[in-house]
Design a protein around this ligand. Structure first.
Ligand code: E4P
Length: 217
């Protein structure tokens, strides 16, 4: 499973990238707002740092506007993925932009039927939002499993990008189901390294080592 980082925080991206943890980046209008930076400037900085796809989201609500904004965002760098919402106009924009050979990430997906439409419209990525479904007492992972089955049934090339990931268990479950990509906030990716038995074991080793009075260096 590829790891995308869901942030516009360049320092956080840089740290994870130095460990080889970053296959791509996703942003959205809320993350740009949180960064406090200009969308084109911060997106360019991210694109220069990362080899993989960097999603930048359109904000127009009509297809024509999304296409125009998508083309403008695509000028930032070769690895821009244009993000459009899963509305009827978003699907129209997806078709136009994907026919032009551009990468398109269709976002705000909450049903298998929406994912089916995005694949038909030529989406490079479909972004089902796991956490936001969990928030309303549905199981976001059921949606990932349904989309995996449907896409496999018909050999759709669209990649399943598990989004709105909030916990380390979301990462495990997305990987078990076979999501192609998971996009997660930096703190979730870093938390995957944590285990209380690792901390306890290390503590025991350090105490015993101190008793030996030895040094390695
Ligand atoms: C990524 O592409 C999405 O915009 C993001 O994962 C949404 O996450 P949230 O539901 O935590 O805002």
């Amino acid at each position: 499973m590829k790891f995308f980082v869901d942030t516009a925080d360049v320092d956080a991206i840089r740290e994870l990238n130095s460990l080889g943890m970053v296959d791509g980046v996703t942003t959205n209008p809320s993350l740009i707002m949180k960064s406090g930076r200009d969308i084109k400037e911060v997106t360019k900085e991210i694109c220069d740092m990362i080899d993989g796809p960097v999603s930048a989201e359109t904000v127009a609500l009509d297809a024509e506007g999304m296409v125009a904004e998508g083309r403008e965002l695509a000028k930032i760098a070769q690895n821009i993925t244009i993000k459009v919402p899963l509305t009827w106009d978003g699907l129209k924009a997806c078709k136009v932009l994907s026919d032009e050979g551009r990468m398109v990430n269709v976002t705000l997906c909450f049903s298998a039927n929406q994912a089916l439409l995005a694949a038909k419209a030529g989406a490079t990525f479909i972004s089902p939002f796991i956490g936001r479904l969990d928030d309303i007492n549905l199981d976001g992972m059921d949606l990932i499993a349904d989309i995996r089955q449907i896409y496999d049934n018909y050999s759709f090339k669209t990649e399943i990008l598990a989004a709105s990931i909030r916990t380390v268990n979301h990462m495990t479950d997305a990987a078990k189901i076979g999501a192609d990509v998971a996009t997660a906030p930096p703190n979730v990716i870093k938390a995957m390294a944590n285990h209380p038995l690792t901390d306890k074991g290390l503590d025991g080793f350090m105490k015993d080592w101190a008793k030996t009075g030895q040094k390695i260096l």
